[in-house]
Ligand binder design. Structure first.
Ligand SMILES: Nc1nc(O)c(N)c(N[C@@H]2O[C@H](COP(=O)(O)O)[C@@H](O)[C@H]2O)n1
Length: 144
């Protein structure tokens, strides 16, 4: 069986980085994983704080995807570990999410994001689904 999620209102929408589960990272509070992830694209700058203070994950993603401010040159190298740390923190912070993740048993977990062939499965399912794989990895760690 495969569990799909995409928007935060889906059955498993709490697995989305857009879900309203905050995390503390670098000594400050981030409203969602998406806020933190998008802000890390930039060197320490007003842009980071602007993203942190944005009201919604959607707004944070828009700011993080804008190229009006250049992103850090090592982003492609560091983005996977930044995502893993933030997602792990989310599941460490919110006990109910750990239970939800464990409830998925041995199912594959797929971020069914049509436009995202890296973190998600893309429109045709051929994407790398990196976020789904991170979730399966943490589930395995929680199960032992
Ligand atoms: N809800 C949602 N909408 C999209 O359009 C998406 N691409 C995703 N996937 C998430 O987007 C984040 C990464 O985006 P960028 O690499 O900065 O474009 C990441 O949180 C994916 O899980 N979700």
């Amino acid at each position: 069986m495969t569990i799909y999620f995409y928007t935060k209102n889906d059955d498993y929408g709490d697995f989305s980085n857009f879900s309203s589960h905050g995390i503390e990272m670098d000594g400050v509070w981030w409203k969602t994983v998406e806020h933190y992830f998008q802000a890390q694209k930039f060197e320490i700058s007003p842009q980071r704080e602007k993203i942190r203070e944005s009201h919604t994950a959607k707004q944070a993603a828009e700011l993080g995807r804008s190229r009006k401010v250049p992103i850090r040159p090592d982003w492609e190298v560091v983005k996977d570990s930044i995502m893993e740390e933030a997602v792990l923190k989310k599941f460490q912070t919110h006990e109910g999410l750990r239970d939800l993740l464990l409830s998925t048993g041995a199912s594959d977990i797929v971020e069914n994001a049509p436009a995202d062939y890296y973190w998600g499965a893309g429109k045709d399912g051929t994407g790398l689904n990196k976020l789904g794989k991170i979730l399966v990895k943490f589930r395995t760690q929680l199960s032992v």
